[in-house]
Design a protein around this ligand. Sequence first.
Ligand SMILES: [Zn+2]
Length: 89
Amino acid sequence: MHIELTDGVPVLSSSDALGAVLAASARLAVLGSWERFKICPADDCQRAFFDRSRNRSRTWCSMQVCGNREKARTFRKRTRAQNSTLATV
Ligand SMILES: [Zn+2]
């Protein structure tokens, strides 16, 4: 299987059946929803997911898992920063 660039869009082409299926799905993704395929930015997750939100605003693979964990992390960081500021004053 190889990738060609056609008008700046990567196009897969292949001679075997599996490659043809992959090429077809890749073409579909390029045509329709390429930007909706995302990788979860959480360091210990990095799962690929499909963003079904209307304005493609989804960041995490799961708001319940990674979204919440990240929110808690930023909150802890902020609280810690406040505490250290208080300590130095
Ligand atoms: Zn995740």
